[in-house]
Design a protein around this ligand. Structure first.
Ligand SMILES: Nc1nc2c(ncn2[C@@H]2O[C@H](COP(=O)(O)OP(=O)(O)OP(=O)(O)O)[C@@H](O)[C@H]2O)c(=O)[nH]1
Length: 308
């Protein structure tokens, strides 16, 4: 995450200024260019740069208006903006900063100072991203945490409903994990949880798939645009992959090695269950997988389409 070059959008109607700034920034950053306010907004929305270097005087709208519009759109609201301008009066600078600009640089500028300020602001962006990432992550398994799952689940459920896509969700529970902890110790239990999490992560092949840690020893899998047959296949492969880790579990009544049970449910394209009902169906399927002997996958094949 830290190694990627950060994107800087330079919005200035003066070709020479654009060139000078681009030459300074190109060695270490991905540079995008815009000549007008409209172009700056369009590029910002499309490329989501980390930082915008914004001239106050643009032909179609002033930089303050560009900044206001960036802040008004949730997708671009958090992009850092540095004003870079010939208007050096303190009131101009105060106005820019009040609107939420990170910095204000007056022309003619000193290249070394510009570079240093850009580096400082990009560092802040990097640290903020890292904090956001950590806030969404479970520390033990490095999977997404429950909060992250709940957010993504709500978004994907709504997307599936709107576009009439299938949506599959599964809950995985380690079998006889209490006995594992009791017999092998909690640190060994943690190692096992991490190993199962690694398998869950690698079972999630598509970019929109998500594996998350839902609670103590429960993981959840979210598979958008995946019908019941495909999701069941993935879940079965994951169950098998965990068994194939061949982690000895002397106290399990299910198998001599560590196993998992998985319950899943699929909202069929056009189905109209609500998001909690789909999750409850997966939970119910997990309960049945446990009840019928563990080390198995149980699927609620299709959620009933709505009557309406
Ligand atoms: N090592 C470790 N154990 C955890 C963690 N979170 C929860 N657990 C343990 O997971 C166990 C869950 O136990 P139960 O809910 O009884 O489930 P189980 O023994 O797997 O029984 P079945 O699911 O019915 O097969 C408890 O012993 C918890 O202490 C964790 O982060 N690390």
């Amino acid at each position: 995450m830290n190694g990627e070059a950060q994107k800087v959008l330079i919005a200035d109607d003066d070709g020479i200024n654009r060139q000078v700034l681009a030459t300074l920034l190109k060695p270490d950053h991905v540079v995008l260019l815009a000549k007008s306010g409209e172009q700056a907004l369009e590029r910002a929305q499309r490329h989501l740069p980390d930082l915008v270097m914004l001239d106050v005087m643009l032909p179609d709208m002033d930089g303050y208006e560009v900044l206001r519009r960036l802040r008004a759109d949730p997708a671009t609201a958090h992009i850092e903006v540095i004003f870079i301008t010939g208007m050096g009066r303190p009131e101009d600078e105060a106005r820019g900063l009040k609107l939420g600009a990170a910095d204000y640089i007056t022309k003619p500028f000193n290249s070394t100072v510009v570079m240093a300020r850009v580096a400082t602001h990009l560092q802040v962006v990097r640290q903020r991203r890292l904090l956001e990432h950590l806030a969404h992550m479970d520390g033990l398994t490095e999977l997404a945490n429950r909060r992250r799952f709940d957010d993504i689940y709500a978004v994907e459920w709504e997307r599936a409903r709107r576009h009439q896509h299938a949506l599959s969700v599964a809950i995985l529970d380690i079998d006889a994990f209490k006995q594992y902890n009791d017999h092998y110790g909690h640190p060994a239990g943690d190692r096992v949880l991490r190993a199962v999490a690694r398998e869950a992560r690698s079972a999630m092949r598509r970019p929109s798939d998500l594996a998350a840690r839902y609670g103590g020893e429960e993981l959840v899998l979210l598979m958008p645009e995946t019908d019941a047959a495909q999701a069941l296949f993935v879940a079965e492969a994951l169950r098998e992959a965990v068994a194939q880790l061949l982690v000895p579990h002397e106290r399990s009544t299910v198998s001599p090695v560590l196993t998992v049970s998985i319950g899943g449910a699929t909202m069929a394209a056009g189905g109209a269950e609500d998001a909690p009902a789909l999750f409850d169906a997966a939970d119910e399927a997990l309960y049945r997988a446990k009840e019928s002997g563990r080390n198995r996958v149980n699927w609620r094949l299709e959620c009933a389409p709505s009557d309406s």
